[in-house]
Design a protein around this ligand. Sequence first.
Ligand SMILES: Cc1cc2nc3c(=O)[nH]c(=O)nc-3n(C[C@H](O)[C@H](O)[C@H](O)COP(=O)(O)OP(=O)(O)OC[C@H]3O[C@@H](n4cnc5c(N)ncnc54)[C@H](O)[C@@H]3O)c2cc1C
Length: 134
Amino acid sequence: MFGKFKDASKCFKETKSIISNLVDFNIRNPKKMAGYGGFSNKNIFKQDETLYVGEAAGLQDLFWGFGMRNAITSGFLAAQSIINDTDYVKDAENYFNKKLKASIVNRYIWEKFSSKDYSFIINRIHNSTDSINI
Ligand SMILES: Cc1cc2nc3c(=O)[nH]c(=O)nc-3n(C[C@H](O)[C@H](O)[C@H](O)COP(=O)(O)OP(=O)(O)OC[C@H]3O[C@@H](n4cnc5c(N)ncnc54)[C@H](O)[C@@H]3O)c2cc1C
């Protein structure tokens, strides 16, 4: 996909064709979508006595929508706060805030460069000692 992003639609059609030969299903009223997720950098980690983790707290990585690691980590932090009577909101903010902001930047770079050559910018960062002034 990275090398041939313009072929995404062709790949999708081929995948659909392969899967429809393997599984018997009938698509009705198809709608195009790229994905669905729960991202926020104004996270609500606690409301009344309820602790929020994972996507319910907006803890998805905006870059590509990955959220399993964040769901597990926030679940762990929430469990720890119950067991040890610590402040989950503070712990979650400390752990996630910068990561969520970085995921916005990563997404921005991806959207700016992906259609041209995302690997170009990654290689520039990789080969540079200062990733801000590449
Ligand atoms: C197609 C696809 C591919 C993905 N690929 C990746 C990947 O490769 N890597 C990655 O890290 N992430 C990936 N993700 C994202 C990842 O799956 C989610 O971010 C992650 O599962 C979020 O975990 P969660 O526990 O917050 O929420 P969920 O996994 O959505 O779990 C929430 C659960 O709560 C249940 N629920 C909802 N409301 C109620 C209610 N009122 N009462 C009781 N239960 C309720 C739901 O049924 C669900 O089981 C992908 C997502 C999709 C859709």
